[in-house]
Design a protein around this ligand. Structure first.
Ligand SMILES: *Cc1c(COP(=O)(O)O)cnc(C)c1O
Length: 232
């Protein structure tokens, strides 16, 4: 199997090439390495190869890794990208730097209430069901503005932007459509929220299969698992 450092290097090269094609500055896209189902040893290998931001889907699994890598805690950024049940919000507020998967006001309120005062505010994105799939979590696009207004007012959160997991599509043109829709939704939010939108700069979109399409449409964080760690 190809090693994690090599796969990481290949992924960085894909991102750099996509930035160049899109005429965007190199470094305008952050790579979030999605380490779900892989152990702390895999995270450590990626860390040794220079990776600092890691995405996790499952809270219990993530907490074990955060604990195992506690010595590196100040060097690492932990991002939760999976669903949160309300009764699991406290460990999220206490242990993560970012949450991409805020999909209702109640969760945001709990995260704000539970964010420890000694930590910086939690950076959050609203997850949007951009492809309109019945089974997918995320806010409907029409709900986003109202929820964003309320989340932006919460004291211990910083609303950073939007996240989506579009329906898989085969070719780049089809992949770009939902990413474009998310970009346009963020632009509308920035206009509507005005001064409340000061830090609304994040489009979390693009995974192993579609990161080029996402970068072409303005992704600022791509969330890549398989291409770095292998298949799950
Ligand atoms: C698993 C996952 C990813 C990474 O997907 P890959 O196809 O393995 O790159 C990205 N985002 C979310 C929300 C995920 O659950």
């Amino acid at each position: 199997m190809v090693s994690i450092p090599t796969r990481l290097e290949q992924t960085r090269a894909r991102i750099a090439a996509a930035c160049q094609t899109a005429q965007r500055p190199a470094g305008s896209v952050q790579l979030l390495a999605v380490s779900k189902t892989f152990g702390a040893d895999a995270v450590q290998q990626a860390y040794d190869a220079g990776q600092r931001a890691f995405g996790e889907n499952y809270i219990q699994e993530a907490l074990a890794k955060i604990e195992a890598l506690a010595a590196l805690r100040t060097q690492l950024q932990w991002h939760l990208i999976g669903p949160i049940q309300s009764n699991k919000s406290r460990p999220v507020a206490e242990n993560f730097d970012w949450v991409h998967s805020v999909d209702r006001l109640k969760i945001a309120q709990r995260l704000s209430d539970q964010r420890p005062p000694q930590l910086p505010p939690l950076q959050v994105c609203l997850q949007v069901n951009i492809s309109g799939e019945a089974s997918k979590s995320g806010l409907q696009p029409a709900e986003v503005l109202e929820v964003a207004r309320q989340v932006a007012a919460l004291p211990r959160l910083v609303l950073r932007g939007l996240m989506a997991i579009p329906e898989p599509a085969a070719d780049e043109a089809a992949q770009r459509a939902p990413h474009r829709a998310l970009r346009e939704l963020l632009a509308r939010l920035r206009t509507e929220l005005g001064a409340q939108a000061a830090q609304l700069d994040t489009l979390s979109m693009g995974m192993s299969a579609d990161l080029e399409a996402a970068i072409a449409e303005g992704a600022t964080i791509v969330r890549v698992g398989t291409a770095i760690f292998g298949s799950r």
